[in-house]
Ligand binder design. Structure first.
Ligand code: SAH
Ligand code: SF4
Ligand code: F3S
Length: 443
């Protein structure tokens, strides 16, 4: 038989992107070739997300759409968080799906595909707390930066969140294994690494914590940029912040999910910090890391959110002055504690919409003002890819700002010093400038 082909479509967070790279790596080792369109593939996998209802409806829609152009004998599989959450229900609701695999089941992918090819309907949704796919070489999509998972699962139990149900308990990889993977990607020519975990700064491998990990990974020769996502405010110990400040490669950017600026709402979300503690965490980070870029996640319309609660979110947004935020309307997830709050606490949809619009305007307005003031500043950028428009390349500063600069594809992976020449309010344009060469030290 000719070489079997696989197509993977990825939804959700970077952890899923990283898992897709692992799945492709696993299948490549078994002789599969990756293809860029579902029509051509013997195996089509949707690596799915369950975080909000909308994420799941997109996948259901896509499954229906795919039926029309799959090869007749293609295996269609659903993997990831939605697969874990719905399990057999996915097989029952869609006769074309013959493979359902949760995030801890990818090691058996070739065997499960084999079963599905023979006409069986295969399902693997057991958790495996030992599973880190240590011996699987990821097939990386990105030629500039590497996603490196350091922790799987989550031991927080935020009351709105499905992730503890779809990814199980928290466990960390051994520090040596993370360092080895970093060395490998640097040897392959990548110079930026993003450490991944749901609460990445609670990393602990039994002997070493996140501060040790930052120091060890940051010491890998050739690594120029080290990022991580997403940290939890409660796990920013002085030791972790100290390591961030000390290690040159650690970028001056933190994505610090706030969720709400109201202590009352935070308590009901079981976020385990108050408004004041969140703001204190921001202040400690800013003192230790001058020029820090800060982004966040915010949920509006959590059950019981009053106007006053929402005003507190707006005021916290103003107080911090985030560079950007991902904003979400609360979505009730089956089985999560938030669904057991009394029905009368539900915030009506039109009120959620109005709050969302106001939050969006506030966040964007603050970011725009800050960004206009930054025009004229200089920074170092790493060129990531071609920009969507014009002859421009998309590059990123250490603070996570997007800067579009003139150039071509050959620049991908290069570092340049730029002057920020303009801004749309969210992204920048820049011109390459020559870095002032330091004067030689006289002997
Ligand atoms: N582990 C990360 C977040 C992972 S989910 C952390 O704790 O920071 C990414 C974001 O989705 C969350 O930060 C939250 O803002 C949002 N989110 C999670 N569950 C949600 C829900 N049920 N409804 C709306 N937004 C949700
Ligand atoms: Fe979900 Fe909370 Fe865990 Fe983040 S920390 S994954 S929001 S339960
Ligand atoms: Fe979605 Fe799972 Fe990530 S629910 S956000 S893909 S951990």
């Amino acid at each position: 038989m000719s070489q079997p082909t696989v197509f993977i479509e990825t939804y959700g967070c970077q952890m899923n992107v990283s898992d897709s790279e692992l799945m492709l790596g696993k299948l490549a080792a078994e002789g599969y070739a990756a293809v860029q369109s579902p029509e051509a593939a013997d195996v089509v996998l949707l690596n799915t997300c369950a975080i909000r209802e909308h994420a799941e409806t997109r996948v259901i829609g896509r499954l229906t759409e795919l039926r029309r152009f799959l090869k007749p004998d293609a295996v269609l599989g659903v993997t990831g968080c939605m697969a874990q959450r719905l399990g057999p229900r996915l097989l029952d609701s869609d006769s074309r799906v013959s493979l359902v695999i949760g995030p801890d089941g990818y090691r058996a992918l070739p065997l499960l595909i084999e079963g599905a090819r023979k006409g069986e309907r295969m399902i693997a949704t057991d958790f495996d707390l030992e599973e880190h796919y240590e011996d699987v070489q990821a097939s990386r999509f990105d030629g500039v930066k590497a996603w490196i998972p350091v922790q799987r699962g989550c031991d927080y139990r935020c009351t709105y969140c499905i992730v503890p149900f779809t990814r199980g308990s928290e466990r960390s990889r051994r520090l040596e294994d993370v360092v080895r993977e970093t060395q490998r990607v640097v040897a392959e020519g990548l110079t930026e690494v993003v450490l991944l975990g749901q609460t990445v700064n609670s990393y602990h491998d039994g002997a070493r914590g996140f501060a040790d990990l930052l120091r060890a990974v940051g010491a890998v020769p050739g690594l120029r940029r080290l990022r991580f996502t997403s940290p939890h405010p409660n796990d920013f110990s002085d030791g972790v912040i100290g390591a961030m400040a000390d290690v040159d490669a650690v970028c001056e950017h933190v994505h610090l999910p706030m969720q709400s600026g109201s202590s009352r709402t935070l308590r009901r979300m079981l976020r385990r910090y108050s408004r004041e503690e969140y703001l204190d965490c921001v202040a400690r980070l800013r003192v230790a890391i001058p020029g820090l870029g800060l982004t966040t996640d915010i949920i509006v319309g959590f059950p019981g959110e009053t106007d006053e609660d929402f005003r507190e979110t707006l005021s916290a947004v103003r107080e911090v002055g985030f560079d950007d935020a991902f904003m979400f309307k609360f979505s009730a997830r089956e089985g999560t504690p938030a669904t057991r709050l009394p029905a009368e606490m539900t915030v009506p949809g039109d009120l959620v919409d109005a709050r969302f619009d106001e939050l969006l305007k506030t966040v964007r307005g603050i970011a725009r003002d800050r960004n206009f003031r930054r025009v004229g500043e200089r920074c170092e950028v790493l060129v990531e890819k071609e920009a969507r428009k014009g002859e421009l390349m998309q590059a990123r500063s250490r603070e996570f700002r997007t800067v579009l600069i003139p150039g071509d594809k050959r620049m991908i992976g290069q570092y340049h010093h730029v002057e920020l020449t303009g801004t749309t309010g969210s992204t920048f344009t820049g011109q390459i400038v020559r870095e002032r060469t330091p004067l030689p030290v006289s002997s």
